[in-house]
Write a protein that binds this ligand. Sequence first.
Ligand code: DUC
Ligand code: ZN
Ligand code: ZN
Length: 468
Amino acid sequence: MTLLVKGGTVIGPTGSQKADVLVQGEKIVALLDPLFSATIAPDEVIDATGKYVIPGGIDAHTHMELPFGGTAASDTFDTGTRAAAWGGTTTIIDFAVQKTGDVVQDGLAAWHAKAEGNCHVDYAFHMILGGVDGDSLKAMDSLVRDEGITSFKLFMAYPGVFYSDDGQILRAMQTARENGAMIMMHAENGIAIDVLVQQALARGESDPIYHGITRPPALETEATSRAIALAEVAKDCPLYIVHLSASGALEAVAQARDAGRNVFAETCPQYLYLTLEDQLGAPGFEGAKWVCSTPLRSKHESHAKDLWKGLRSNDLAIVSTDHCPFCMKDQKELGRGDFSKIPNGIGGVEHRVDLIYQGVVDGQLSLERWVETIATTPARMFGLYPQKGIVAPGSDADLVVYDPNGTTRIGVETHHMNMDYSAYEGVEIQGRVGTVISRGEVIVADGNYHGRKGRGRYLKRGLSSYLV
Ligand code: DUC
Ligand code: ZN
Ligand code: ZN
């Protein structure tokens, strides 16, 4: 079976070219001069005239079915990966969870059981370590060696749930330094945050906005700097800061990078577009829709502007979603009258490709940088390159035909995520995901869905190819 994606402009991280993309089976076999491809007769032709052809998006940070705050993220691997496909994301890297006190391998097996046979697009796992001890340190080695899991997330937040202290973090970093893995860090000072939360609640400050006010930027900056220092002590263990939202944290990352360190960071669309005042501070309980950690930041400070700049300069390497959806009904509502009981998370796996394309339209990023931050660098950072993340011969035929003349209106009525609201209700994108191809199979075309659950494959990842 041969497929020709014809007439489009192929966008890669280093440039764009008019080329026709020839696919055979699951792989890209050639990028052809349009004059030459007129001489071949493929089984199927997709007309990409006037459109961009980009590698399928890779969302390196999702939480399907994550148990959190007495409930669980509302997207299953079925609904969440289907929504991802609709939005031009053809690979997700989800976080398998070792709960504190549990065995790492059991947590991983549970995650495989949730995902296997249910995914519409390809998927891989990072591992959350909820408890660093001798057994979990040994498990890190075996996951890297045998399971294709080469990155481990630790939490400086959530004492009593996922929290690791500095000694545990240092040990995990030393282990990662030896086995080649990446440490991913939720960098917020959770011990100090818990004090602020108790003090706010004691004053009767219970609305959703206090979730943000009790997690100030200084406590993200402090934790980010501490993580960077610990990684230095661990002989430059590769460190990746997740969901970076504060200017000060970005400065700390930039400084480490200027010193040539293996320190990387991602941000998420919510920190580029949404704010503490306008969303988290919405009247009544409405702000619960945007309770996530790290929190949305103040529009009166320069966070969002600095994050766009960080994306341009590569101090921020990747845009992920931290997709962790909860419905208002029965889920976010658990925190009515007490913001600290609102499950933390925003859903967005369907909209990342569009939202960051809007950054291109707005003059924040080049087309090449769009592709790099949503696909190529995630693949390189997390050991999936060049199988994923690039339109090149030999790579998987994961392709998105993106229409710069189309528009997308985001909203709960049209999205495919299992959420009863949209964090971006009414936002209009000046572009549109057209055809989506996953390993040579057309799964979205002309507004119709052709994928199916169970077609997505588990990807064993290699070590990062992004290190200096
Ligand atoms: N942050 C969230 O918003 N949700 C899940 C976990 C996290 O760290
Ligand atoms: Zn986190
Ligand atoms: Zn997360």
